[in-house]
Write a protein that binds this ligand. Structure first.
Ligand code: ADP
Length: 487
């Protein structure tokens, strides 16, 4: 570890158009979850630096918001182009700090670039309305206004996509932003900022900070310069921010936890269903807020589905995400690994059986590997069914009645995503109507895309990212009423 320290690269924050160290020189060690080696040290600031970043963003906003959306779009599109050009390099950094296989990391870079491009264009459609008057001689219109300086906080599971969903719409409509990535994965976002800077984003418009999460969060909450917080992360921190935001009636977008049902109907081929289920479940080790995590399989196809799901899960190639052919990498850190072991132990104690996996990846001398796991006979009060698992675990449950499965699927405090496997249109619509989730994926294991709204119902969050809704989230509506002269 000491040699690694000596050779580790140093990465910096970006405030007011300058790359900078922490005032006191503090750094944060970023660790590769596949090898447990030090990759780099990242400047680790403090609350005063976050304040400076907010002040820089405030200073930059009047000029930035006066540009036309077409001029802002040029910079955002150039950012997207640079990200695509550098996709291989950015993906390598992401795999090294986050663990996901290189192909998934590259997919995230491209998806993020597409997000910048899509919002660059959508920013040109921040339309107001002309509203018919009820009194002679009046005219009513609405115009859109950028919400102000934004504080953006994201987790480690998608180190750049979740920031792209905030930076792109905010900048497209004329807001300025201060971004805080997760402690585990700050390095990929440094690449994105390099692209923004080279694309010509003016000083202060986009700022990158890192520091103790509570301090950053408190500064965003308490500093009136910050007009909106956009947060992706746990429901607990989301609630904390919501309470804190009340004092200044600060705007909030919250994209929080989930516990998505995956419902398999008997009208379609259960092997195909199992393939889709395994693909959706084990992507990024199940560390995805929309990851399917409760699998309801109709009794008529349960045996076939289970056999196929176990077979596909066993066949997944686990390893270092940088190695060719790896389909599933390590989990993010030891805490995640321990939490997963705890969920399996609890389910086992309560009578669940482990069909495959169920333990740490013992063939790896280092790294936070957990074997992809399929569980059966999981009782309803097992923690894996009641807490957001964020883990490579597929608990199988059965059902025979459609209304019952809708009721049980809806019986959580979450409502982010729901997956349905069926070829029957009537069933598909019944589920789309009945399931309490912001995203309903029918035969689609990977539904997220820049142009469609992403977000949850109930305790899964507030507001939507992506799609036109994701642009509106950074806009205020101003009503302009005019009384004309009598003529
Ligand atoms: P996870 O358990 O997946 O890391 P968190 O909600 O704890 O989820 O973290 C998501 C993001 O929120 C990270 O960037 C983290 O640093 C940040 N965060 C954690 N606690 C706070 C807080 N009190 N205020 C603001 N941000 C926070």
């Amino acid at each position: 570890m000491s040699t690694a320290t000596a050779t580790a690269t140093q990465k910096r924050m970006y405030i007011d158009g300058k790359w900078c160290e922490a005032d006191d020189g503090r750094t944060l060690r970023v660790i590769n979850p596949a090898t447990e080696e030090l990759i780099a040290e990242m400047a680790y600031g403090n609350r005063a630096m976050v304040r400076r970043a907010l002040e820089a963003a405030q200073k930059a906003m009047p000029t930035w918001m006066k540009l036309t959306s077409w001029d802002r779009a040029k910079i955002l599109k150039k950012t997207a182009d640079l990200m695509r050009e550098r996709a291989d390099v950015i993906a390598r950094t992401m795999t090294t700090e986050q663990g996901k296989p290189l192909a998934e990391a590259k997919g995230e870079v491209i998806h993020s670039a597409d997000t910048f491009e899509w919002f660059a264009e959508e920013g040109k459609r921040a339309y107001g309305q002309v509203i018919p008057q009820r009194e002679q001689g009046k005219r009513h219109v609405t115009i859109k206004h950028p919400v102000g300086v934004v504080g953006a906080i994201s987790p480690w599971n998608f180190p750049i996509l979740l920031q792209a969903r905030k930076i792109a719409p905010a900048l497209a409509v004329g807001c300025t932003i201060v971004c805080k990535p997760a402690e585990q994965t700050p390095l990929s976002l440094v690449h994105v900022f390099e692209c923004l800077v080279e694309a010509g984003v003016p000083a202060g418009v986009a700022n990158l900070v890192l520091g103790p999460a509570q301090e950053v969060g408190d500064e965003f909450l308490e500093n009136p310069i910050c007009r909106k917080i956009s947060f992706t992360g746990s429901t607990e921190v989301g609630k904390h921010l919501m309470r804190g935001a009340a004092d200044q009636v600060k705007r909030l977008s919250l994209e929080l936890g989930g516990h998505a049902p995956f419902i398999v109907f008997p009208d379609a081929d259960p092997e195909v269903g199992a393939k889709i289920a395994v693909m959706g479940k084990f992507r990024n080790n199940g560390q995805v807020c929309i990851s399917p995590s409760r699998f309801f399989v109709h009794k008529d196809v349960e045996k076939k589905f289970t056999e196929a799901a176990v077979e596909f899960t066993r066949a997944l190639k686990q390893g270092n995400g940088l190695d060719a052919g790896t389909e599933i990498g390590p989990m993010i850190d030891k805490r995640a690994l321990d939490k997963t072991s705890g969920l399996i132990d609890d389910a086992r104690k309560q009578g669940a059986s482990v069909l495959t996996g169920g333990k740490r990846g013992e063939r790896f001398a280092k790294g936070h590997f957990f074997e992809p796991t399929v569980l059966k006979q999981v009782p309803a009060n097992a923690k894996v069914l009641t807490e957001e698992p964020f883990a490579p675990v597929m608990p199988l449950l059965d059902f025979s009645n459609v209304d019952d499965v809708i009721r049980v699927a809806n019986s959580t405090r979450y409502g982010l995503a729901a997956y349905v496997f069926t070829n029957d249109l009537t069933t598909a619509w019944k589920m789309a109507d009945g399931l309490e989730a912001g995203i309903i994926a029918i035969n689609d294991p990977v539904p997220a895309t820049p142009q469609c709204p992403f977000g949850g119902m109930k305790e899964s969050g507030m507001g939507r990212e992506c799609g036109h809704e994701g642009l509106e989230a950074y806009l205020e509506t101003k009503f302009v009423s005019m009384k004309l002269r009598d003529s």
